[in-house]
Design a protein around this ligand. Structure first.
Ligand code: FAD
Length: 401
């Protein structure tokens, strides 16, 4: 089998950024990325597509357009890992060897875990900003809303961009408030978990918007089944001290955030740790058992917010530690768990949640990050997409610690 000095699994946000960051440090490295898709997506833009701010085309580019020139492309999907032989096995059975492996295939959106969901997505008022082709349907439904009952769902944690389900809800409610419809509507946030947002200091300002829009908070509500024709959804409701029960709800529109898990080929691999995620040291991002394997992005076991913002901080750290490893040095404990979630609480204002391990608030700017701000909206709408395409994917660091 061919052996690459550095082999990367996945050419998404984390994979491309890491390859570019490595090349910035040493342009002579032999790097290959295994990536099956022809399109690269800027997923943080999908919230803005669902809110009618971006067109979906702005969030996608041909893979060839973001590919670092010096990186070899292996257009295939990885099926399994053989870390004892320093090889990965592709879907067609062929092996590819490596000196250092970097694992970044993102996570799995498990649409099939909700009975009936896959069949009804994209019609009968059933939508999701978690899919490129469906985010525009969210905005269509919001604009044409004639019914009253709207549900936004959130599955169990961890999910990528934990704020995205409520971002969709606030932007929709803001539109209905402007159009005068909201006061006659019934909007519910059916959240499998017990809290509105995982980082406590951001909860009070978010609760103000829940109050302003008159949203019902239904905690412990996990979507398990949906019938698009009947416009009904079923939730497994778990309350402390009570037996779980199944509750039926009607809807005119439902925005579904699908259950999420590690990809199957990761879960079943020797790389997986507890919960099936790639088991890495949370500060060095090196695998806990295999010294020549690193991992970053949504697929890792680290308890940070699964976001592009996290991958942006992780990529140069993995690059540094991979180069240290090639030089026979130990990796450094550089990652503090930084992740960020720009909560679009209304059109034109964002609460820019930024936090690291242990829920430590880590604002980039010298401001109170729990306040809704126009400047943060401008950042999300006009600055961060450019930071992504022009800096992060090119290996240039931006406000990195
Ligand atoms: P991805 O970017 O998903 O890339 C994974 C890549 O691996 C893909 O190209 C895929 O084709 C490839 N791959 C998959 N399987 C295989 C295989 N078997 N072999 C080889 N390659 C494979 N983040 C923010 O920072 N801010 C936000 O506001 C924000 N909002 C979001 C809103 C929504 C609706 C969504 C869906 C996400 C949002 N995110 C946000 C999260 C962000 O998009 C992810 O955290 C980020 O894309 C993770 O990067 P990644 O490289 O780990 O995974």
């Amino acid at each position: 089998a061919v052996v690459h000095q550095i082999l990367i699994v996945g050419g998404g946000a984390a994979g491309i950024a890491t390859a570019s960051s490595l090349l910035k440090r040493n342009s002579a490295l032999d790097i290959a990325i295994i990536e099956p898709s022809d399109t690269h997506y800027y997923q943080p833009g999908w919230t803005m597509v669902g809110g009618g701010v971006f067109k979906k085309g702005e969030t996608a580019r041909p893979m060839t357009a973001v590919w670092p020139k010096a990186v070899k492309r292996i257009k295939a999907a990885v099926a399994s890992f053989a870390p004892d032989r320093d090889q990965v096995i592709l879907a067609d059975g062929s092996p590819v060897g490596y000196k250092i492996l970097i694992v970044a295939p993102g996570l799995k959106l498990d649409w099939d875990a909700v009975e009936g969901l896959t069949d009804v997505l994209g019609r009968n008022g059933v939508t999701s900003n978690y899919r490129y082709d469906l985010a525009p349907y969210t905005w269509e439904l919001v604009q044409d809303m004639r019914g009253k009952k709207v549900i936004f769902t959130q599955p169990g944690m961890p999910i990528k961009c934990a704020g995205a389900p409520q971002k969709a809800m606030y932007l929709s409610c803001d539109h209905w408030m402007q159009s005068g419809q909201l006061k006659d509507m019934e909007v519910s946030f059916c959240n499998a978990g017990p809290v509105l947002f995982g980082c406590a200091p951001y909860v009070p300002p978010l609760m103000e918007y829940i109050g302003k829009y008159g949203i019902n908070l239904d905690f412990g509500h996990n979507l398990i089944k949906i019938d698009g024709d009947a416009k009904k959804a079923w939730f497994k409701v778990t309350k402390e001290g009570a037996e779980p029960e199944i509750v039926e709800r009607e809807f005119d529109m439902i925005h579904v955030c699908p259950p999420q898990s590690p990809p199957d080929f990761i879960k079943e691999s020797p790389l997986a740790g507890a919960g099936g995620w790639v088991d890495v040291d949370q500060e060095t991002l090196r695998h806990s058992r295999f010294d020549n394997i690193f991992s970053l992005g949504d697929v890792t076991s680290t308890p940070n917010a699964k976001t592009v913002a996290a991958a942006r901080k992780q990529a140069p750290i993995v690059a540094k530690n991979v180069i240290a490893s090639l030089n026979g040095q130990d990796p450094k404990p550089l990652y503090d768990g930084y992740g960020s979630c720009p909560l679009t609480v209304e059109k034109g204002k964002i609460i820019l949640a930024e936090f690291g391990y242990g829920g430590k608030v880590m604002p980039t700017f010298p401001w109170d990050s729990t306040k809704p701000r126009r400047a943060a909206w401008f950042l999300k709408k006009s600055v961060l997409p450019t930071v992504y395409w022009k800096l992060m994917l090119k290996g240039r660091e931006w406000l990195a610690q």
